[in-house]
Write a protein of this length. Structure first.
Length: 152
């Protein structure tokens, strides 16, 4: 089975949309599929530092939200263990920042992600993330087809 059953996708999407941290930083768009997530937020004055540019904490949080959605997108509850981020340039008030997290390896216990943050085509920050994959499933283990659980 390669496609996430639509009813499970919808329920998992509702879980992602209920993320209070994503809401608090103004995430306006969430797009995901198993192993990938894309989120967007517009930088507001509330998330600038004393220099008047986007605070690194805002960019890190947006990256972490993308990682959270990507690492949980297979249905198993996953927790970030480590994120290493590099900032390449500042973001300004009004910039729409897009964060993508794309899985590049996954085992039974761990998954690794490349995370990029862009303003338009320009790379603002890049990161790598490591997530721990628990034995627990979102929505209950019984909700997931056996062949999905074996491959995800």
């Amino acid at each position: 089975m390669t496609n996430l059953p639509e009813n499970l996708r919808e329920e998992l999407n509702n879980i992602f949309l209920s993320d209070k941290t994503a809401e608090s930083i103004g995430v306006t768009s969430v797009d995901w599929k198993p192993g990938e997530a894309y989120v967007k937020s517009v930088l507001t004055e509330n998330f600038t530092n004393f220099l008047g540019v986007g605070h690194g904490g805002f960019l890190f949080t947006l990256a972490d939200v993308a990682l959270s959605f990507a690492s949980n997108s297979h249905g198993r509850k996953s927790l970030a263990m480590k994120v290493d981020i590099t900032y390449h340039r500042g973001a300004s008030i009004g910039d729409e920042v897009t964060a993508s997290a794309i899985e590049f390896s996954r085992s039974r216990r761990f998954s690794n992600y490349r995370i990029e943050l862009h303003v338009g085509e320009e790379l603002v920050a890049s990161a790598t993330g490591l997530a721990f994959r628990t034995d627990e499933w979102h929505l209950s283990e019984d909700a997931w087809p056996e062949d999905w659980k074996k491959s995800h």
